[in-house]
Design a protein around this ligand. Structure first.
Ligand code: F6P
Length: 214
């Protein structure tokens, strides 16, 4: 089996303002979550096999808010009795995990889009998965850039913590849980919650949500 932990970044300044996209940092709330997440990583993810320190992986997007959320996670180097060394929570940054790019609408609120670009807002409403933001991305674009990443993910056995964003995690979660992708763009992926998925490679994952508050 393989355990995959999915989480959104801690609350960002843009989340607080209800703005779409951007590359803002996290708020005080978001920072609190980052600290709790580091504790969770040390005490739960890195002790999954019952030992003091099993190997684990950390994947983040390249954006500010995910890297600020992962900043307190420790990456100790472990030396085995035979002298073999490895980094406990190796960190990799993937642009494929970046949030859906809203193109010309980056930084607007949903209300601003609805009032200034009525036709576009309507198109997105009727076809959320296929709708591509002007000069931006669609949910289908997210699926195609997640494809190589899923292949990589499925080739590992160590627990992997993925710190990413709402739209991207909806598609990843739907894939791993066997949910129809047409339903995926409206799934709820709550903030400040770790979604633990235990995966055996052929049947549906077993899910557990851990709210780390506040
Ligand atoms: O609101 C946070 C956010 O991550 C935005 O940056 C992004 O555009 C949005 O969620 C994706 O959700 P939806 O597709 O429902 O607008």
């Amino acid at each position: 089996t393989h355990t995959i932990y999915l989480t959104r970044h801690g609350q960002s300044q843009y989340n607080q303002l209800g703005k779409i996209g951007g590359n803002s940092g996290v708020t005080e709330y978001g920072l609190d979550y980052a600290r709790r997440l580091a504790t969770f990583a040390r005490e739960t993810i890195c002790r999954e096999d019952g030992s003091n320190a099993n190997k684990a992986r950390l994947w983040t997007s390249s954006m500010r808010r995910t890297n600020e959320t992962a900043q307190f996670i420790e990456h100790p180097e472990v030396t085995l009795p035979d002298g073999d060394k490895w980094v406990q929570m190796s960190h990799r940054v993937y642009r494929n995990l970046d949030e859906i790019f809203a193109g010309e609408y980056e930084g607007l609120t949903y209300e601003e889009v609805a009032s200034r670009h009525k036709d576009e807002a309507f198109l997105r409403k009727v076809d959320k998965i296929g709708y591509r933001y002007p000069r931006g991305e669609s949910y289908f674009d997210i699926i195609s850039r997640l494809d190589p990443l899923i292949h990589e993910l499925e080739s590992y056995h160590e627990p992997t913590l993925i710190v990413s964003h709402q739209a991207v995690l909806r598609m990843l979660y739907a894939y791993l849980m066997g949910i129809d992708r047409m339903d995926a763009p409206r799934l709820s992926i709550p903030l400040h919650t770790v979604i633990k998925l235990t995966y055996n490679g052929w049947t549906q994952c077993v899910e557990q949500q851990v709210y780390l508050g506040p």
